[in-house]
Write a protein that binds this ligand. Structure first.
Ligand code: NAP
Length: 254
């Protein structure tokens, strides 16, 4: 798929799915803006994207900080003159505790990152997209948006909120030329899954720990590169027929 001349912003670009999506955009010819907190991993993704011939801009920053998000969107338009695609990918797993045991600061942090982050990033790019009358916002969700998972109440709730934000924003932007969707990646072999397994049996409980351990041991984790192809598809002219919808790999047309 050809995204030549387009500019795509990817949050959480330093590792995992965000890195794979950034590299897939770079491969497709898009100018790629990389945003996450750790500078070192961001620069590593940038070097790889440049090797693919892409023009890149790496901005270290935090999706929970309105000024940093705003500055990143401004730098992106200054560098490339436009923003065509925003992938709200950055997220954290949050307090892996029963709700009554979850620390209020950890709960606030997951809401700030997983729900307010996509709000702030969307808000920052929308003026540029509205001016051009086109754009795509892809919110990375999770199957847990629609499933109850003990000890992951914060994560499940923020992803459910993100899917509802997707539907509402798509309705608000109807007729503007800007399309919005959620991407459900399935379970992937990324540092987030490593971190969940590292919580161990004591914190996760025997049942949940064996479930996550099983994903890895039984080879059920997808490679993020596979899911990155879906992000490119949704950013391309052919993809995203259901505005406001949730997409998974099975929605990709050959
Ligand atoms: P990951 O390996 O933990 O990577 C998360 C990325 O987000 C990192 O680059 C991290 O970089 C960045 N990030 C976290 N907090 C941030 C903040 N406040 N500001 C800016 N960047 C921030 O996660 P992943 O597995 O690739 O997950 C990617 C997306 O897929 C997430 O939305 C996740 O919820 C979703 N997902 C994952 C799975 C799975 O099985 N892995 C399943 C379903 C859905 P810094 O820490 O350097 O900022």
């Amino acid at each position: 798929m050809d995204l030549a001349g387009k500019t795509a912003i990817v949050t959480g670009a330093g590792r995992g799915l965000g890195r794979a999506v950034s590299l897939a955009f770079a491969e497709s010819g898009a100018n790629t803006v990389l945003f996450s907190r750790s500078r070192e991993s961001l620069l590593d993704t940038e070097r790889e994207a440049q090797r693919k011939g892409a023009r890149t801009l790496a901005v270290s920053g935090d999706v929970t900080q309105p000024d940093q998000v705003q500055a990143m969107a401004e730098r992106a338009t200054q560098a490339f003159g436009r923003v065509d695609v925003l992938v709200n990918n950055a997220a954290i797993i949050g307090p892996s505790r029963f709700l009554q045991d979850a620390d209020p600061a950890a709960w606030r942090s997951i809401v700030e990152t997983n729900l307010n982050g996509p709000y702030l990033c969307s808000r920052a790019v929308l003026p540029y997209m509205l001016e051009r009358g086109s754009g795509r916002i892809i919110n990375v969700s999770s199957g847990l948006a629609r499933m109850s998972f003990p000890r992951f109440c914060g994560y499940c709730s923020t992803k459910a909120g993100l899917e509802q934000m997707t539907r509402c924003l798509a309705a608000e932007l109807s007729g503007s030329g800007i399309l919005v969707c959620a991407l459900d990646p399935g379970v992937m072999d990324t540092p987030m899954q490593d971190a969940i397994r590292e919580l161990g049996e004591e914190k996760l409980g025997t049942e949940l720990y064996s479930r996550f351990r099983g994903f890895k041991d039984k080879g059920m984790l997808r490679e993020p590169e596979q899911v990155a192809e879906l992000a490119v598809y949704l950013a391309s002219a052919a993809g995203l027929e259901r505005n406001g919808g949730v997409y998974s790999l099975s929605d990709m047309k050959a």
